[in-house]
Design a protein around this ligand. Structure first.
Ligand code: AHR
Length: 312
């Protein structure tokens, strides 16, 4: 076989590849952007045609994208659902069209026979890990906590809150004194943290910040510095994701801990789809990714370096 012939057959393999529609939430965070990059590259490596749709944070856009994928007759749909409720009808339509749907990173409250599988972390557990870290860190000290929640109605915002509350509930010295959404964005994380600081004696009455993602923590760090306090020291900071910027902040002593969420949800999703397409193999309904805690003692500068080029 000549090199030219090989090139032609590689192109043919690509052209014949399965078509997968991907309804992404948007690009609210560094983690989300990495998930998009990795999903595109994983699809390309496997020779799948990826139809990408950015919903700009709107569920109605996601529902419209799904309907358009169904009308096109794609071979599968990846859905990162912005909120947990309101998916029954469109998932039913996909099921009737015999198009397998794989949920990525967020959960829905629909019956699990409406989708093939869900790839994601145990979101309650993430909150418990973050809260457990703080409980150990503060010991017997009185600790007034402020919380930056993720997007209202999203499964990570609901579950990460529950998990953290579970972890602190038997420790009367720890209490959440303020809690508001920062919509998983850096800009709102900063803005809401400014209002927390103002309401809490310029921040002097705040012992710790729990942010449902690193991007909001990074925004809050800026607000804390501008208020003349030292993030990571005057106010302890624990968040979730493990994006490069939080490792950089940890290396500088400005953040204390993060719980890593892998942005490579597409790898396990495509593996499950491949087996399903081959012979109808049904994957487990939940494919769980790891949740690992990192603190300032875990070589954050090295972790920062290690994440370069991994989709970030
Ligand atoms: O659903 C996962 C969450 O969504 C990530 O933790 C957050 O950064 C993203 O926006």
């Amino acid at each position: 076989t000549t090199v030219a012939a090989m090139a032609i057959s590689a192109t043919a393999a690509l052209a014949d590849g399965e078509t997968v529609g991907f309804s992404q939430i948007g690009s609210e965070s560094g983690w989300r952007a990495a998930e998009t990059t990795l999903t595109k590259s994983q699809a390309e490596e496997r020779g799948y045609q990826l139809q990408f749709s950015d919903a700009q944070q709107k569920q109605e856009n996601q529902i419209a994208a799904l309907r358009s994928f169904i009308a096109q007759g794609v071979d599968a749909i990846l859905l990162a659902p912005v909120v947990a409720t309101g998916w029954d009808s469109v998932l039913q339509e996909a099921k009737e069209a015999e198009i397998p749907v794989v949920l990525l990173d967020r959960q829905v409250d629909s019956s699990d026979d409406l989708y093939l599988t869900a790839v994601g972390s145990n979101l309650v557990h993430e909150g418990e890990v973050a809260g457990g870290w703080l409980v150990n860190e503060v010991g017997d000290r009185e600790c007034r906590i402020v919380e930056l929640q993720g997007t209202t109605g999203s499964s990570p915002a609901i579950d990460r809150k529950t998990g953290f509350e579970n972890a602190i509930k038997d420790h009367a010295n720890l209490s959440i004194v303020r809690s508001q959404t920062g919509d998983f964005t850096r800009a709102l994380g900063k803005e809401v943290m400014e209002s927390f600081l103002q309401a809490e004696n310029g921040g002097k009455d705040i012992c710790a910040l729990y942010a449902h993602n690193d991007d909001m923590a990074v925004g809050a760090i800026q607000a804390i510095k501008e208020a003349g306090l030292a993030p990571g020291k005057d106010i302890l900071i624990v968040s979730i994701d493990g994006v490069p910027d939080i490792f950089q902040a940890m290396a500088a002593g400005e953040a204390n801990a993060t719980v890593e969420l892998t942005p490579n949800m597409a790898g396990p999703a495509f593996d499950a789809l491949k087996a399903y397409w081959a012979d109808g193999t049904e994957p487990a309904k939940f494919i769980q990714t790891e949740s690992k805690l990192f603190t300032q003692s875990d070589d954050p500068a090295g972790e920062y370096e290690a994440r370069k080029g991994l989709g970030y």
